[in-house]
Structures are given as C-alpha cells and as structure tokens.
Ligand binder design. Structure first.
Ligand code: GLA
Ligand code: GLA
Length: 680
C-alpha cells in the first residue's frame, strides 16, 4: 500500500542562496497598522538594531485586494522600496492566512467546520478549509498577482507561503473535505475491501459497502475506528501540503527566490506531518515560543531546534522565523523574559543550526488580538530594556556572521519522532489516556541535552548511517519496513533504545499479535504479555531507586538481560529495562515511564559504553554545541542555571574579544561563543 497520496517532486527547487548576507535578523513587519511617517522611523530603527530582513504581508490581503480582483499596490510598493533602499531584505508572505471580509462574506462555505458540524465564524485567522476549491481559486489569484508584481524585485529574497498552515485550519470536517477524503482513500487504498481489511472494520459491524459511505471521523473520537482516525490525520496534513504546493508553484513560476513556510515545531504540537513537508521548502523555518508551564522550557527550544536540523536536507542551516522578545499574550499566564534571556534564547537556536533569529513582531501593535504581545520595539519605545537587548542581539549576530552557512557538528545520537505516533497516542484510544507522546520524546532528549551530547531529532524514515545510537520513544505506529531498518542498524553494530508501546501497531493502527512490542520483540529479545497502566496516585519502585508513574508492563526475557527490575507492585521482579546483545550492536527496551533520574542513569551508561561525544564536560545547566566553520570550530556555551559556571576550554570570544586559556567563565543566564584554539 502506498503510504502517501502526495508525491514528492523529482528534484528540490534549486536554492538560490540564503536570503541575507550573514545571519538573518528581523521579524514580522506589519506596516499597515501604522501611518507612513512611522514607516520611516521603523526603517531607521531597524538599521540601528541591525535588522537585515523582515517578513512582510502576512495579514495584508484585504488591503492589497480591497475588492475582488481590484488591487491597491501603492502602499506596498512604497514600503518595499523603503526597505530596499535601506538594505533590508523582504521575506514576502502570500497573505492567505488572512482571507478578506469580502471573500468570507461572499463565500462563507470556505470557513472550516468543526467535528460537530459547526462552521467557524469569520474574525480569527486561517479561516479556510484546505479542501475548498473556492478558497484555492482566490488564494492563487492573489498569489499570482503578488508574484507577478514582485517576483523580480531585488528586495524579495525569500517567499513565505501563508502563515503557520494548520494553525487554526489543521482539520476541517465539512462535506467538501469529506468528498476529498474519499478521493484520498481511493488513491491510498484502491478498493473498499482494502480499507475494510486495513482498518479491521468488522469490529462493531463497521464494514463499509462502498468508499462513498465513509465519513470523516466527526463524532467523539473515542468511538472512532483507529484506522479511520489515523487516515484522516494523514489526509488533513496532505490537504494542507497540497495547498502549500499550489501557492509555491505559482511563486516558483514567477521568481527565483527561495520559498518557505513557517513550521510550528515545539511544545508537543503535532499539527501536520512535517517529515512530508520538509522536502518541499527551500529553507526550513520554524516558529518557537517557550511555554510558561514547561519546567525545562530551554530544552523544548533545543528539542525543536534539533528537530529542525533533522528536517533540513543534509542538516544544512534552517531559520528561526519567529520567537518572542518577551511575554506572548495567548498563554494562561504570560511570562516576560529575564534580563539577558533574549540573547540566550536566540543564540541557543543559532548554536543548533539556525542561520538567524527572527521575531513576531517588529513593532508592538496597539490594537487587535495581540495588542499585548511583546515585540522588538515595545510599546515603551527605545527607552526600554527590551530595545537595548534587541540592539545587543543585532550586534551579536553581526559579530557571529562568519558562522553563516556552517553545519553543526555531526551528532552521534538520533532520536526518531513521528507525527503518526503522536496523533495515535493523543487520540485517547490507546491503552492509557495519561500518556503523552511529547513527555517521552522530551525525556530522552533531555538526558543527552543535559550532558552536552548532541541529538539529531529525525523523521522516522531518515537515514541512520553515521549514528551510534538511535532512540525510539513510544514510537507506536511502525511499518514493517521501518522496523527492518532499525533491525539492520543494530545488526550493523548500532545501539537502539526502544521505549514502551513502540511498534505495537502497524501503519494502519492494527495491533501486532504475539506479544508486545510486536515490531521489535525479536530485536529486543523480550515480549510483554500484559500492559500494567498505573493509576493517578500509584507509583512503582525500581531496583535502581527510581519511581515509575503512569505506565509499566509485565515483560518476559527471551535472550535479553534485565538491567533494571520492578522492585514492588504487581510486576515485582520483572524487567523494567533490558539490554539484548545483537552481534556488535545492542537493543535496549524500556517498559516503564521512567523518572528523570533512572533515564539519566541509562543515558550515562550509553554515553560511557558507546563513547558518545560530549561537547564539553559541564553541569546539567550548561548547553554546549559546536558549529564547524572553515576557520575552525565555534563553540556555544549557554548557561541556563542561576549559578556561574567555569568550563574547561580555550579560545577567543566572538561576542566581546575576551580570550580564554584553559577555562571560560559562563555567567548565570549568559552565553559565551568562542572560536576554539588548543590550550597553551
Ligand atoms: C459493553 C458492550 C460490549 C463492549 C464492552 C466493553 O458491554 O456491550 O460490546 O463494548 O462494553 O467495552
Ligand atoms: C504565531 C503567528 C504570529 C503571531 C505569533 C504570536 O507564531 O505566526 O502571527 O500570532 O504566533 O502569537
């Protein structure tokens, strides 16, 4: 069965180059909110801050095309001209995230419909269904008009298709979507018999007589067939991708500039399957916002950055398209950044391969939904800490320009993530609703991050050559081919760490019989005969002293050795963590939701046994990554703790020309970036 309906193009669009000289610095710029006098001040202050690129036009559709087919380019010509004269590149957005009122008024049928049949009201954003031919026609008309007018403009150095596709219109349950879904099913499965077989529809008498009888999973999700559920998630991602591709094709027909769209990787969000999307963008770009409730928000930042690197072809630089200078306005409690945190967060992305640091947005809005969202130029103006730090960051990025285009040092650890597993686990049909996919992916990333061991966060189908360790955290949905690749990796001398529920179902969401974790049990030398989900107030002690929450299993050994066992509870004496020697390689299994201390012990043993490289040896609050430039390695040391730390390194600081001979002091909350040299 073909896994995807969307074919990839035979070749990548040739990348004409990075949009800016050196690292990119700037943000979303929404000049339509301001009078033209303000634009002149904006451009002057952008230059003062070292801004060299802005994202323009994200929400401008209704002003560029005030009535159907009537365009008003005057103000846009002026602002693009002004930016260009000042040497500021334009990342030009197609304005399709913001359908104009005349379109929604004339065609309310383009608005998305929720799972209960309620049509969304105008007034938000991305208020359109990805399957709507009416919306597509209008979107491609404005995209064509924009591309015809500015496709050759020298200021336009990057195209930004729409905005955060799926953020608001990730799923639509309207009848048009339903009809498109049936077409998608025909392409994917061919016949209704194949659908019935794949989804096991005999259960609850759900056998379909015809593909035309299949509806999207509209009702409460726990009543939905898991195969249908997963198919609709894939379909929805493919539909949005089709929309992206349609706009991108128009842009490419009129312009040589690279094309991107801003992904939303971070804080456990899994809206679309970016592993399918990444090959279709010329610059992989991400929006990242730290979440106040996240106890290790800097690690979410690192995880997202490592994922972007994993999505970028050849691990080439990617671009941080948006983050914030301070508090957003959409969280329950919005948090301002601490002094120095703007630089610390921005450079942590740069350390991990972003060739720039951009923000939402340039100037703080005084009106509208996000009137209290932070910006590069805050309401207080230039007499503010935020502005001073923004100027300082611009200076830092200029000083670091020699690293532009350089790769991050190669990682030896790969951590596989998969939207399909995330969707399946989040659906709530799985054996325990307390489980969260992102908890496991973050845990197994964190234990290496805190030891300065670089991890590439990779799509499940990525090439594993060159890695020493591959980690599969709760990779629930696994095809035979994917399992075979992990098997071959271990038999070729690699080490795999597989955690609970991985490989338990195949790509149609069907359970693999004969003992869990079906796809990997031979490789791991274990079988789990029964899951033992834990209750809210229940913990189980482990032989290493750790305490398990939420998930345990009754696992039997078939060749593997027990490394850690359950010390109490109904699984007492059984293996919680196992290791199976396979040729020169090894396959580890973790059957429990481990606490940080137990997971750290496993990571430390793997770091030791496999000789996994630590960028430096420092405390858990220090993040350390190298970028490889033609003039030698550039080491980023980021101190996330509230204590100063001294790290054993030598070199010259790129931020302020200090030299370090054998030791560098990294003050609490600060960043040191140095070009390394051998100790004297
Ligand atoms: C009810 C139903 C069964 C099955 C069980 C278990 O008893 O009659 O068909 O669904 O619940 O959930
Ligand atoms: C997203 C959007 C921006 C803005 C920011 C801040 O990233 O792309 O337009 O709304 O969030 O909330």
């Amino acid at each position: 069965m073909a896994r995807r309906a969307t074919e990839r193009p035979p070749t990548r669009h040739a990348l004409t180059g990075w949009p800016t000289d050196g690292l990119s610095y700037g943000g979303d710029y929404n000049p339509e909110q301001w009078a033209p006098e303000v634009w002149r001040e904006d451009v002057r202050l952008m230059r003062e801050a070292g801004v060299n690129i802005v994202t323009l036009g994200v929400f401008s559709w209704g002003l560029l095309e005030p009535r159907e087919g009537e365009y008003d380019w005057g103000w846009f010509d002026e602002i693009i001209g002004l930016l260009h004269e000042s040497g500021i590149a334009v990342d030009l957005a197609t304005p399709t995230a913001a359908p104009p009122s005349w379109l929604l008024h004339a065609h309310p049928e383009v608005l998305p419909v929720d799972a209960y049949g309620v049509r969304e009201q105008p007034g938000g954003r991305l208020g359109w269904c990805a399957s709507s031919p009416v919306f597509r026609e209008h979107a491609l008309r404005i995209t064509t008009a924009l591309a015809e007018r500015y496709g050759d403009h020298p200021a336009v150095r990057l195209w930004h298709v729409s905005n955060e596709l799926g953020g608001g219109n990730g799923r639509c349950w309207c009848d048009v979507s339903a009809a498109r879904f049936r077409e998608w099913l025909r392409a994917e499965y061919g016949t209704v018999e194949a659908v019935n077989a794949a989804w096991g529809t005999a259960f609850w008498g759900h056998t379909f007589a015809d593909i035309d009888h299949i509806e999207p999973p509209r009702s409460e999700q726990h009543k939905v067939n898991p195969g249908l559920f997963l198919a609709y998630e894939r379909f929805s991602s493919d539909e949005l991708l089709e929309h992206y591709l349609a706009e991108a094709a128009v842009l490419r027909a009129h312009s040589e500039a690279p094309v991107t769209t801003n992904f939303m990787v971070g804080s456990g969000r899994h809206v679309v399957d970016y592993s399918d999307w990444a090959a279709h963008v010329d610059v992989v770009a991400n929006d990242h916002y730290t979440i106040v409730d996240d106890p290790v928000r800097e690690q979410d930042l690192a995880f997202a950055a490592d994922r972007m690197r994993g999505l970028a072809a050849d691990r080439t630089p990617w671009l941080l398209m948006e983050h914030s200078t301070g508090a957003p306005s959409w969280q329950q409690r919005n948090r301002a950044k601490a002094p120095g945190e703007i630089l610390r967060n921005a450079l942590a992305h740069v350390a991990r391969g972003s060739d720039g640091a951009m923000f939402f947005q340039w100037r703080a809005s005084t009106a509208g939904t996000e009137q209290f969202h932070s910006a590069m130029l805050p309401h207080a103006g230039t007499e503010s800490r935020v502005w001073r730090e923004v100027v300082r960051l611009g200076d830092a990025l200029r000083r670091l320009r020699s690293i532009a285009g350089s790769p991050v040092e190669p990682a030896k650890v790969a951590l596989l993530v998969d939207e399909e597993s995330a969707w399946a686990l989040q659906q709530g049909l799985k054996p325990h609703r307390a489980l969260r996919y992102s908890r496991e992916t973050r845990l197994w990333h964190r234990v290496f991050w805190q030891r300065q061991v670089l991890v590439d966060v990779l799509p499940v189908d990525a090439d594993l050559d060159g890695y020493d360790l591959v980690v599969l955290p709760t990779l629930l949905v696994v095809s035979d081919a994917q399992a075979a690749r992990v098997d071959a990796f271990v038999r070729g001398g690699g080490t795999a760490l597989v955690t609970y529920l991985s490989g338990v179902v195949d790509e149609t969401s069907r359970v693999r019989g004969g003992g869990y974790p079906g796809a990997f049990r031979d490789l791991l030398g274990v079988t789990t005969e029964e899951f033992r989900p834990l209750q809210a107030d229940e913990t189980v002690r482990l032989s290493d002293g750790g305490e398990v929450t939420d998930w345990s299993e009754d696992t039997n050994l078939h060749g593997a050795e027990a490394v850690v066992t359950y010390a109490d509870g109904d699984s007492a004496g059984r293996a919680a963590v196992t290791r199976n020697a396979v040729g020169d390689g090894a396959a580890w299994y973790v059957s429990a939701q481990l606490p940080l201390d137990s997971a750290t012990r496993i990571a430390d043993r793997l770091i030791d046994e496999l000789g996994l490289p630590r960028a430096v040896e420092a405390g858990t609050g220090i993040e350390a990554v190298r970028r490889r430039t033609p003039d030698g390695d550039v080491l980023f040391l980021v101190n996330h703790s509230d204590a100063d730390e001294t790290v054993a390194v030598s070199g010259r600081s790129l931020l302020d020309d200090t030299t370090f001979d054998g030791a560098a002091l990294v003050p609490a909350g600060r960043v040191v970036v140095l070009r390394e040299s051998a100790a004297e």
